[in-house]
Design a protein. Structure first.
Length: 433
């Protein structure tokens, strides 16, 4: 049974604790069995979280009562869920007793590849994303290909298998084969996204034309590795890069947070759009503060090691008619995250930024802190925005840059180096279509 957090300071129902536009009375949609206009029920039906005949508001009421035993706490949290101001992750909605959406795995090099397949399959079948560091294995590229083929063969009935990321240290003896894995790939045949773990000194070795010694003793120019990496990123969008001096680094499947071996990741989200007071044309920071407190208390009850992130940032900017990447936009993000962070710290909850694809569709808002497709937005704007967010986050954060038609290898190089300059922890690119 989930315990109530006794320290929560919840306002009286119908007291102003969230934007007026989002308040639902205690006699809301459930009384008339109406659909909730704030939420896209179809997303939850498609993800098999609820059945078609279920009422979404009744479902969220039940979730809230499971988290908070005090009726007033449960009422306030349920209102936040039903208005789309906050949301738990899909995995939380499916099973509060096992709410994690991802896990970081370090495979035992003394185990067989069949054992590794079975071990990973258990997590994939429970719809959890996985992050796997293959750096300590004798033949990492063959292991990745074999495990990937096994998972695809064993799961033809799964509509949406859990996401996976495979990591390899840049000094591994098979690094060139790893970089080439998806050069000619059919992405329908892959469960794994790939990323290279690159230490802070590697680009210095590239610039100095140094030779490096790989884990198998082979010598190779750092520039040759980097050139192939740039070429593959431009061509196929993979691998991405995680900047770390720890070759055994593990992250979750979306590179949202660093994880210890077998550590799980549980997420919840705040929808910034819902805190825009359109009548007065300003952000209601008091409401954002209170919602952040309630959500972080909920996460403390669900998983004391959980993380809170945001979504709806671009939708907020659109509503305010503010350009993504502008100083005003960055200042808004900074103030919003600072407000949320203060409440998270009070409750010992961490912060992370994740893609929020499913949840953004459920809440009818923009995902994460991503911009809409806009030719006027440069990768500098996106990386600068990420740099603002990173001040408030624990550990890593990865950024995916959608490549434009005229982007070249030199642009990829500039993106990587700008990320290092801004101390970004991870980068990947989405190839030109």
């Amino acid at each position: 049974m989930i315990n109530r957090v006794s320290s929560i300071k919840t306002p009286i129902p119908n007291q102003k604790y969230q934007p007026k536009s989002t308040v639902i009375s205690n006699y809301g949609y459930d009384s008339f069995n109406m659909e909730n206009p704030n939420l896209n029920k179809k997303v939850f039906i498609d993800r098999k979280i609820i059945k078609k005949e279920e009422n979404i508001n009744s479902f969220l009421n039940g979730i809230s009562r499971s988290i908070f035993k005090n009726p007033n706490d449960a009422f306030c949290f349920s209102n936040l869920l039903k208005t789309g101001a906050v949301s738990l992750s899909s995995s939380c909605y499916r099973n509060l007793k096992d709410p994690s959406s991802a896990v970081g795995l370090a495979l035992n090099p003394n185990k067989s590849i069949i054992s590794h397949c079975a071990y990973i399959e258990d997590y994939i079948n429970s719809l959890k994303g996985i992050g796997v560091n293959f750096s300590n294995l004798k033949n990492p590229t063959e292991e990745i290909k074999t495990i990937n083929s096994y998972l695809k063969f064993r799961q033809p009935s799964l509509e949406r298998p859990g996401a996976a990321i495979g990591l390899l240290d840049i000094y591994n003896g098979q690094i060139m084969d790893f970089i080439r894995l998806k050069d000619e790939a059919d992405y329908n045949n892959w469960c794994f996204d790939l990323s290279v773990i690159m230490d802070n000194s590697f680009l210095d070795k590239v610039d100095n034309n140094e030779t490096v010694i790989l884990s198998d003793g082979k010598k190779i120019k750092a520039k040759d590795i980097y050139s192939k990496l740039l070429d593959s990123m431009l061509k196929s969008g993979e691998p991405g890069i995680i900047f770390s001096n720890n070759k055994n680094y593990i992250t979750d499947c979306c590179a949202a947070a660093p994880l210890e071996k077998n550590e799980k990741l549980t997420l919840a989200h705040i929808n910034l759009l819902k805190f825009y007071d359109s009548e007065n044309q300003k952000i209601d920071y008091d409401s954002l503060k209170n919602a952040s407190n309630i959500l972080s208390c909920a996460m403390k009850n669900i998983d004391s090691n959980g993380y809170i992130g945001i979504l709806g940032y671009n939708s907020l900017l659109d509503s305010m008619k503010i350009k993504y990447g502008s100083k005003e936009a960055k200042d808004i993000l900074d103030k919003c995250l600072k407000t949320i962070k203060t409440q998270c710290q009070k409750n010992n909850i961490k912060m992370a930024i994740s893609p929020t694809g499913t949840i953004s569709r459920f809440l009818k808002t923009s995902p994460s802190i991503e911009p809409n497709d806009n030719k006027d937005i440069s990768y500098y704007d996106e990386i600068d925005t990420l740099s603002i967010a990173q001040k408030y986050l624990e550990g890593t954060i990865s950024k995916t840059i959608k490549l434009k038609e005229n982007y070249t290898i030199e642009d990829i190089n500039n993106i990587i180096r700008y990320c290092i300059k801004k101390d970004i922890k991870g980068i990947s690119v989405f190839p030109k279509q």
